[in-house]
Design a protein around this ligand. Structure first.
Ligand code: MN
Length: 507
């Protein structure tokens, strides 16, 4: 089912103008696939990209008589997520059937949680790129199962309209999910798009730190549904919201929120009402389009799942899990800031560049924090941009960076040569020390070699020599240039300078 767009074409309002006249309120639902060995309610393997319908059991397929059993590890992961988000953990909670008719779940219902989520009433602090912190309140985190995947064949769009037939792959059906729902996020002003993206990034980092999910956005491990509404001022009641479904990258989340704010402002300006509906985000245009009218909860006819007993985690178990929580990203950043002595700005740049792990690992391998920062935020960040990859995807390890910097610190190579060595490391030619050795790149500080290079330069440049001896000591650079060239940039520049001064009798 799809609803037609309003007949009067809506002209989106320029974003800055829209937020000057309207107050946006966000609500975000995040689904995270848990990295368990098996599915939420059966023993089928939880795997990505197996042959279609290879990772299924009678329960995944919803065959009559097949009964579900709760996956203890999935419950543990859900509790950890709840604790990391400062939630209360339910003393007892139940699963519920959320009923809808669609072939991606063969049972015709999704086993989810409704009025009794496992975790509720939490919060998480979200740091924006400029260091401002926004506290997002969490309504609930509940357990549920993922649905299978439909593929519509024969049409041009990949959607069901115009398709000749559809295929269903139940490998993903029954994969454990935790859905995290925020309370309305008010007071974001013009920063709503950034807050939405930063919130999902914060959750992604927490999932990874907890090791409950690989949390790879591009694999759909983390999927965000973004609710946006506008109201004239902060004092007004909440406006009608739309829910843009399955926005799967941080950039897309930012763009989808931005677009909805502009579009809804246009709807309101035209004297129309915002329709409560789900919307689809389009990567190519950055726009959203009308999906289906949003179902109210009663349409799903939720009722308690009769095939599963309530989950009642003991307080001891919850406390054990609380004690086992790893250091969370925000605390880790604060600790590293202190240990490394970076400025707040340097630290933010490092975080925004995704260089924190690499720098930490380089420091662990022996580099100083500042030198590690210099490499990862300088040459390597530039190379990553050129190759359009993440820092972690570059063909260099933090250990190699520590080794490279060690060679500089020992005076074996200078900064310029170090950059050349790094290029060779990135080309897969080996470790820095081995490359310096094989290619003979070590700094030349051998007096006899340098002295003869200096003699040659003096002989070749009598005019420069005259200037230097006439008191223009700065002209010495004009001699150092050809010497560096003659030694392929490997001469110890300080030493060369000393020899020249000595030879020309200046000081
Ligand atoms: Mn859900």
């Amino acid at each position: 089912m799809s609803t037609a767009e309003p007949t009067t074409p809506i002209v989106p309002v320029d974003y800055d103008e829209a937020i000057a006249r309207f107050d946006p309120v966000l609500g975000i639902e995040v689904h995270v696939e848990l990295g368990t060995d098996t599915k939420m309610f059966d023993g089928a393997p939880n795997v990505f990209a197996a042959e279609p319908n290879a990772a299924v059991t009678p329960t995944s397929l919803g065959l009559p008589g097949a009964l579900p059993v709760v996956n203890r590890t999935a419950v543990e992961h859900a509790i950890k997520i709840g604790l990391a988000l400062n939630c209360q953990i339910a003393e007892s909670c139940r699963f519920a059937r959320k009923q809808y008719f669609y072939p991606d779940l063969a049972k015709n219902f999704q086993t989810s949680q409704y009025d009794e989520p496992i975790a509720f009433d939490g919060w998480v602090d979200v740091e924006l790129e400029d260091g401002e912190v926004v506290r997002v309140e969490i309504e609930r985190a509940h357990m549920e199962e993922d649905a299978g995947k439909n593929t519509h064949v024969g049409g041009s769009t990949g959607r069901i309209h115009g398709a000749t037939h559809s295929q269903v792959d139940y490998n993903r059906a029954g994969v454990p999910l935790v859905e995290i729902v925020t309370k309305p996020i008010p007071d974001t002003g013009g920063r709503a798009p950034e807050v939405a993206a930063a919130y999902v990034r914060t959750l992604r980092d927490i999932f990874r730190a907890l090791e409950v999910s690989e949390a790879r956005m591009e694999q759909g491990n983390v999927r965000a549904d973004v609710n946006v509404s506008l109201r004239p001022t902060r004092q007004d009641p909440l406006g009608t919201r739309t829910e843009t479904k399955n926005v799967n990258s941080f950039r897309s989340i930012d763009r989808a929120v931005r677009f909805e704010i502009s579009r809804q402002a246009g709807v309101l300006d035209a004297g129309q009402e915002v329709v409560q509906e789900t919307r689809h985000f389009h990567e190519d245009t950055g726009g959203t389009s009308s999906g289906r009218p949003k179902s109210d909860a009663e349409d799903y006819r939720y009722f308690p799942e009769p095939d599963l007993v309530p989950v009642a985690p003991s307080r001891e178990w919850v406390e054990q899990l609380r004690a086992s929580l790893p250091e969370l990203p925000a605390a880790r950043r604060r600790r590293l800031l202190g240990e490394w002595g970076f400025s707040d700005l340097e630290m933010r740049d490092v975080i925004n560049a995704g260089a924190l792990d690499q720098i930490e690992a380089s420091v662990a391998a022996g580099a100083s924090a500042q030198s590690a920062r210099k490499w990862w935020m300088g040459e390597l960040a530039r190379t990553a941009r050129e190759q359009d990859v993440e820092l972690t995807q570059l063909a260099v390890t933090p250990g190699q960076i520590a080794e490279l910097q060690g060679l500089v610190d020992e005076g074996k190579i200078n900064d310029k040569i170090a950059k050349q060595v790094l290029v060779k490391v990135l080309e897969g030619q080996g470790d820095p020390a081995a490359i310096v050795e094989q290619e003979g790149l070590a700094v030349v500080s051998d007096d006899s070699v340098l002295t003869s290079a200096v003699d040659q330069a003096i002989a070749d440049n009598p005019d420069v020599v005259a200037k230097i001896q006439g008191g223009k000591v700065k002209a010495i650079g004009a001699l150092i240039g050809p010497i560096m060239k003659a030694t392929r940039g490997q001469a110890d520049a300080g030493k060369v300078r000393e020899i020249i001064m000595d030879k020309l009798g200046v000081s």
